[in-house]
Design a protein around this ligand. Sequence first.
Ligand code: ADP
Ligand code: MG
Length: 682
Amino acid sequence: MAKLTDPITILKGVGPTKAKQFNQLNIRTLEDLICHFPRGYEDRTRIVTIEKLQPDEPACFKAMVMSAPRTSHIRKGLDVTKVQVADYTARLTLTFFNQKFTTDKLQYGKEYIFYGTVSGDFIGYNMTSPVFEELDSEPILTRRVLPIYPLTAGLSNASVLKAVRQALAICDPPAEVLPASVRSAFGILPAERAYYAIHEPASMEEAALAKKRLIFEEFFVFSAGLALMRAARSGKAVIPYKNLDLSAFYSALPFTLTGAQSRAIDEIAKDFGSGKPMNRLVQGDVGSGKTMVAAAAAYLAVKNNQQAALMAPTEILAEQHYQSLNKLLTPLGVRTCLLTGSLTPKQKKDTRQAIADGQVDLIIGTHALVSDSTQFQNLGLVVADEQHRFGVGQRAALLGKGKDPHVLVMSATPIPRTLALLMYGDLEVSILDELPPGRQQTDTFLVDESYRARINAFIRKQVAENHQCFVVCPAVEENGDLDLKAATVWAETLQQTVFPDLRVALLHGQMKGSEKEAVMGAFARQEADVLVATTVIEVGVDVPNATLMVIEDADRFGLSQLHQLRGRVGRGDAKSFCILTSRTKNAQTLARMKALCKTTDGFEIAEEDLKLRGPGDFFGSRQSGLPVFRAASLSCDLQTLKQAQQASAQWIETEGSGVTPEAEAMRRRIGELFLRAQDTVN
Ligand code: ADP
Ligand code: MG
């Protein structure tokens, strides 16, 4: 028997080349392979007679080869092979293109099982490139439910299939972790059966059951993990903050806080006074003023003689936070510093020294701050801005540092409630559901190409009024297959032919970090009028002078993503606009985008997005900050999610800390899932 941790190279047919291809899919061990789940299935179980074959309904049929395969060489690179087959009901001509090697295997007078789709009418049915197997062969491509695997260049579905089959034959699948009580309560397959059936289902129904079981398990493990993390944190004691007076902070603010901001700050102050480490998420739409909430928290930590760290996902954002917080907090006696990758080695060293010596109180930087090389003298609070880049993995890593700082994460990604429960199961949540007063709504329009001249004129008008514009494209470069606006080409076109007299800048994800910072910085300093960009500008950038966001081929983006992009404008006093362009004729897609024109409520949009695309999209995306889910990312329903969550909560209460082999296996599985989360974020 082999072990799950054995490398895939022990399989027959998996040499160095195949192994490399599998590595592309993050498959290295037998376990990885067994956990490489099909993204769908093809039901090839139906067997009919030739007479019963219907156009567009692929099926298996048994037939005899009535003529030796005849190959004609049509032209260079095109060989066509024709074969006559028949059963007792009818005859059929099979046509193959460039498959001489395959068709040579068909022997005159012998019966085979074929699988394919007929086309044509009753006068002359034809079938193109069916697959076939000998009658007494093992069903691999016919007479079965065929799993369809996510693939990579060079790796065929059949080779994944064969490798998985071998792996399942020589080693046991991952151990059962779900308690028997849970399995029976939710009618869930045992692990062994599920791992087998997901790859070799006897029917589509069984495939569905297997998938449900594996998704359930993943959610169960994940929510149990969050619950354990939460329990571990709340079991810790820290010194309660004595000084919770914010009056000096409030009087230093240039504005009055919104009710939502005050509530969030009160909740944080209460956490600080509780003697337990805080784990709080501040969730608020773009522009709801999360930075001030973070500032209040940092102020309190410092007034209680601790250091605070504020981590931003990008250097630009770190810089911006530094500018505004330094101005606000220095007069209040808070010593701030900026720690980013663009400092010289000497500056970095000095800054780190000052942090270690306790000469600075509030350290602002990128997520690299949490790296091991930064030693804090007395870190009491960690604030992570834009938490979807600061996922569960990093949260777990922080805890692993052996300190118990208060943790505050801030997110502008409106996650539907149902998913929020799952993603933030280890956090308390404060919601900023109120925008600062005087904020004007960003008017949003959906237009087609006939509006191009008007869009250009509108950009000109904004620039003439001393404002700036973003133009977002769905692709970086031109790509033969997809007729998408490419940022590089579009920037060139705008600069050369449309706005030769304006300053057009370009920003995309394939640029080096320092280049991106430079372009963004220049735009923020108003050294460019129009910034053509990809979605790299999605997160956090604050250029209040920008009043127009044009999104090209907007149908290529998810609703929540469009909403995030739109949030880059409407941040100042001036009226702002968002123009979605689209060339699609699809009524549903258009309706979806029109919904975005009507509402600016991020949560409403997120719910709509969830309905349209399903939670799989959230779980599959690396940006979500979640561990990479294997089963759940394929597609999953909220029902399963809720059940798993409910079951895991119950399990934690009753058996979670037990010493049964199952409880131990579960805790091991949780560790693995969270480790995988750390590997994959960033
Ligand atoms: P978020 O991070 O939630 O997207 P920010 O913290 O960047 O939002 O705040 C957006 C803008 O609103 C900033 O320019 C900030 O100074 C301003 N702001 C924050 N709170 C208030 C308030 N209560 N009244 C007026 N302006 C505010
Ligand atoms: Mg922010």
